[in-house]
Design a protein around this ligand. Structure first.
Ligand SMILES: [Ca+2]
Ligand SMILES: [Ca+2]
Length: 293
């Protein structure tokens, strides 16, 4: 009995202590928010980026964004990379070698069985996914209206609105969430590559050319700016002529990662086309998203 009473007393003490702490926190002014959400100085080290089955996508090197061909010379055998999907850390692996194959710079890693089809890896000691994106329902009227507006601006007012991804994430950690949307009506293979058009060859076109009119694939960012939601087209392709012979590109959101170590997450989009793919990286610059890679 004595023991039980003592425990209850301890619990009461704890509750009172918690109340005091809570009271202190509530009284704390906004400007002393937790350290994690304060902007940090970006890293001054070498941080190459790889994607999918380890093509080199460029990197953040000595304070600058560097294109894939130029980052290759900075990549060291045995260096540890952390790989991320859109919503999770997938694992870590050491770089074995890196090779310039002509169209791509390709890296090889030790035991990467954990890698999923779309992933982004970075040689960085910090957590590149400090805030995890929430994947949402694609059936949202406000976002469908924004997609329709972009289609109209790109001479595709009659194209059906098809949203493929909706992701909510606070990129800066400022307490206000951003929304990233990818939209496409393109015919796709199961791996996400655009489908080959079997009729294209008969029309004298590349079989990887766009099948049909009013085909699109793009990624947009929706962000509150001075209290008003603002939509930015980040990247994409719009095809209005089925006979223009352009090769179809499918764009989607691949990852939302802090690639330069400043605590702000960059947007990584992935584009796949016939026998190839690439990534782009967008870094927030106030209300704007700058394409840095
Ligand atoms: Ca934000
Ligand atoms: Ca960053």
């Amino acid at each position: 009995m004595k023991h039980i009473i003592k425990t209850i007393t301890n619990l009461k003490m704890k509750t009172i202590a918690n109340l005091i702490v809570t009271g202190t926190l509530l009284a704390t002014p906004v400007w002393s928010a937790p350290e994690a959400n304060q902007p940090k100085k970006p890293s001054t080290g070498v941080h190459p980026i790889v994607y999918r089955d380890a093509s080199v996508g460029g990197g953040w090197v000595n304070g600058a964004w560097v294109e894939p061909k130029d980052v290759m010379m900075f990549m060291k055998e045995g260096e540890l990379y952390t790989f991320y999907s859109l919503t999770a850390k997938e694992g870590q692996s050491k770089l074995l070698e890196v090779e310039d194959t002509g169209p791509d710079i390709v890296a090889r890693f030790e035991g990467t069985d954990f890698l999923k089809h779309l992933n982004v890896g970075v040689a960085a000691p910090w957590n590149a996914l400090p805030r995890v994106p929430k994947v949402e329902d694609t059936n949202q009227e406000e976002l469908k209206d924004e997609v329709a507006k972009i289609l109209k601006q790109n001479k595709q007012a009659n194209a059906p609105v098809k949203i493929a991804q909706v992701v909510r994430i606070d990129l800066e950690g400022d307490g206000v969430e951003e929304v990233i949307v990818s939209a496409t009506n393109m015919k796709l293979e199961p791996d996400g590559n655009p489908a080959i058009d079997p009729t294209a060859a008969a029309r004298g076109l590349n079989p990887a050319a766009v099948p049909g009119n009013d085909v699109y694939s793009f990624v947009l960012l929706r962000k509150l700016v001075n209290g008003q939601p603002q939509t930015t087209l980040l990247t994409g392709s719009f095809f209005t002529d089925p006979n223009d012979g352009r090769v179809a590109e499918h764009y989607r959101l691949a990852a939302v990662l802090d690639l330069d170590g400043d605590g702000v997450q960059e947007i990584v989009t992935h584009a796949s086309f016939f026998e190839g793919d690439f990534i782009n990286v967008f870094k927030m610059n106030g209300a704007k998203a700058d394409e840095v890679l």
